[in-house]
Design a protein around this ligand. Structure first.
Ligand SMILES: Nc1ncnc2c1ncn2[C@@H]1O[C@H](COP(=O)(O)OP(=O)(O)OP(=O)(O)O)[C@@H](O)[C@H]1O
Ligand SMILES: [Mg+2]
Length: 273
């Protein structure tokens, strides 16, 4: 049986949808059956990142009881399937935010991994995505304003008893004025599992309506997404780039997010022995 992973942040524009499609394609490339669900009911745009404008059957129809979730699935050219949203879905969630969980539960028999993109607003739609997830990845950027939203997201997830797998630190420029990984971990108490640099290729991929990890140049951001994808399915991804090999010759320092992935991996193995 597969698992559902919510991609969350209570802040707009930090990279939830980008992460959902990039991770989706990377997990699919590593041989798993993957489904992406648009849980952003106020402004569904998962499909828009992939050139799918208005799905014939959407999540709206599923939640309204007009269609089965299996009937809303669309194939994409990127190795994964999606269930897209439709504008103005928001109101159907109030007050029953557990509906999403119930409606998609059976899909775990068909998919290894279900990624749920979510809305930046802290209301019933974010709660719907949160409660439909077996675990969460919280996306943040390295600035104080976003961190305060991230702290809030962590607090709500803990209150709702939804496990947080870790944090994805996105759009990192590597500047001194940015919050460091260590500061973010100290403030949130949650391990950072991936550090995705700001990468213009990600913007280019979006302009081409394809995931940044699909048949594209292996930039640091793409490799980091692939490593995170491998981690999520209990595998590891080897960075075979010449530039990395060269860098490793001069420095033996393992990035903290890499250490975190190894630690979490071991913990998981011990738990399932
Ligand atoms: N690592 C990155 N490098 C460069 N651009 C990025 C990166 N991550 C995201 N972006 C860009 O940032 C913009 C916002 O990303 P995205 O739509 O994924 O955010 P979001 O959190 O889903 O936003 P919303 O809350 O509005 O749904 C997009 O143009 C995307 O291409
Ligand atoms: Mg989005």
């Amino acid at each position: 049986m597969g698992e559902s992973i919510g991609i969350l942040s209570i802040k707009g524009g930090v990279g939830k949808t980008t992460t959902t499609v990039s991770l989706g394609a990377a997990i699919a490339q590593q041989g798993k059956n993957v489904l992406l669900i648009d849980g952003n009911f106020s402004a569904p745009n998962l499909g828009l990142h992939l050139g799918i404008v208005q799905p014939e059957v959407s999540l709206y129809d599923v939640l309204k009881g007009k269609a089965n979730a299996l009937g809303a699935i669309q194939e994409t050219d990127y190795g994964f399937d999606i269930i897209g949203g439709r504008l103005n879905m928001k109101k159907i969630f109030y007050p029953d935010y557990l509906k999403l969980k119930q409606k998609i539960q059976h899909l775990k028999y068909h998919y290894d991994v279900i990624l749920i993109d979510s809305s930046p607003t802290l209301d019933h739609e974010t709660l719907a995505a949160m409660m439909a997830s077996d675990k969460l990845l919280i996306v943040t950027t390295p600035d104080h304003a976003t961190l305060s939203c991230t702290l809030h997201a962590v607090k709500v997830a803990k209150k709702k008893k939804v496990p947080i797998a870790g944090i994805i630190l996105n759009r990192v420029y590597g500047k001194k004025f940015e919050l460091s990984l260590e500061q973010i971990e100290k403030m949130t108490g949650v391990p950072v599992l991936a550090v995705i640099p700001h990468d213009v290729n990600i913007l280019e991929a979006l302009s081409e309506l394809k995931p940044s990890t699909f048949e594209s140049k292996e930039t640091d951001a793409v490799v980091e997404y692939k490593k995170l994808a491998a981690f999520l399915i209990g595998e590891s991804y080897e960075d075979k780039r010449f530039s990395t090999k060269l860098k490793n010759l001069f420095s033996s320092k393992v990035p903290k997010q890499e250490v975190n992935r190894q630690v979490e991996h071991k913990k998981h193995r011990i738990k399932h022995k």
